[in-house]
Ligand binder design. Sequence first.
Ligand code: URA
Length: 422
Amino acid sequence: MDAISIIRTKRDGGTLSPEQIDWIIDAYTRGAVAHEQMAALAMAIVINGMDREEIARWTAAKIASGERMDFSGLSRPTVDKHSTGGVGDKITLPLAPLVAACGAAVPQLSGRGLGHTGGTLDKLESIPGWRADLDNEEMLDILDRVGAVICAAGPGLAPADRKLYALRDVTGTVESIPLIAASIMSKKIAEGTDSLVLDVKVGSGAFMKNLDDARELASTMVGLGTDHGVRTVALLTDMSVPLGLTAGNALEVREAVEVLAGGGPADVVELTVALAREMLTAAGLPDADPERALADGSAMDVWRRMISAQGGDPDAPLPTARETHTVTAPTTGTLLGLDAYDVGLVAWRLGAGRARKEDAVQAGAGVEWHARPGDRVTAGAPLLTLHTDTPERFPRALEALENGAVTIGEPEDGVDPVRPLI
Ligand code: URA
């Protein structure tokens, strides 16, 4: 077996055999296949795709590259949620404690942000003292005692995917439904959850810009999970508009805590409750009542215990940025559009996100918007507030608003500016 013949097979539109897939994933993980060879293969896959059998084998080979976690000793059923990534997507923060408060165990392995989408771990790290890195024993202990844990995946989990995703990120080979599906599902299957709910985002702020692609990604991932014995369901949710009213790290933690306190923006509450219902049904707890767990404080109680168990102080004031800049509405009318990608770009350029893996993020940086599509806005009233510790970033962040990020006008007859969320 050799890398060049495998690259040629895919370059010429052929199908990779199970043996070729097992060999190249293993050899790349061990360092026996060079990055440039794997990059060439990834590009051939982006261009020529993979069939169902190839995707299944590619996923299985990545799972086999590392360890599988085992939650069978827990008394509760395990269920996890994965979002394909969006702007202002803080849903994991209230969702994990909420589902735990309703009786399931939630082992939530999350990532850091890259580019215009935020990362759950970056958000939680704005809480003073909170730690993302736990060993497997610590993770199991928190899961057992508290019912929910949100932490970084350990180095032993699907190491082939860790290496390959880092390579795809710098070679323009992320945007491929087979590669994205296999990447996400190899980690989730290796994690060992009993059930999984996928939140597949669609719209300008998501990987999938249109509904057909999002549906294909969702059904590919549901098929992979089901074939590996993980009860898997997917929701397709709108990411043409950012979620809630904030994008940033501490800003989003504040909004998540508002939801856990029984308030928060209506769309964040709607999606949190809808995903909780799917997770609880998948976990065999269809009669659990997530709305009650938000209203009676039990979800907040799990949140506080989860944050404390990972070294965080749930009562500590959250960091705020040193400088703010207000953008006012240029005209009076109805807010017709607020583009998720552009808002994500503003938050990123203000310092909430990173351009390279090794960059630090600012805890207080980000953007708040004071209206959502469908709301009336008045000329001169605040529309967005930009937050950063480094005000020299304001001009470049503001440039991201120059290409139609915000649309104000009067809705056409019969056209609702508010899109269905789910
Ligand atoms: N998230 C992942 O984990 N992998 C991808 O390929 C894309 C998004």
